[in-house]
Design a protein around this ligand. Structure first.
Ligand SMILES: [Zn+2]
Length: 96
């Protein structure tokens, strides 16, 4: 018997607090101080994403392979979509 879990997209916002124009992550952070969010179970293991990546996904941003999401407001815990930019880790990827 498994209880239906709350959808991650709803659960996400429980870990955020609006402050000074930012939306601060008050959930888990990893050993490097990066906010992380568990998006669910996969093969018996909890799968994590950075909270910023997840916030960008919720905002409808595309996250191509090799992309990184960083904050433009300088607050490493901010997950406000307007303060997030998606960048390529390496700009060397060429398409022709
Ligand atoms: Zn911010």
């Amino acid at each position: 018997m498994t209880r239906p879990a709350v959808a991650p997209s709803l659960r996400f916002w429980r870990f955020t607090v609006a402050q000074s124009g930012c939306l601060l992550w008050v959930g888990a952070v990893n050993g490097r101080g990066v906010p992380v969010f568990s998006v669910g179970q996969q093969e018996g293991k909890t799968k994590f994403m950075t909270a910023q990546r997840y916030a960008a996904t919720l905002a409808g941003r595309e996250l191509p392979e090799g992309s990184v999401v960083r904050t433009t407001c300088g607050n490493p815990l901010c997950v406000r979509a307007e303060h997030l930019v998606v960048e390529q880790r390496s700009a060397a990827k060429e398409r022709s």
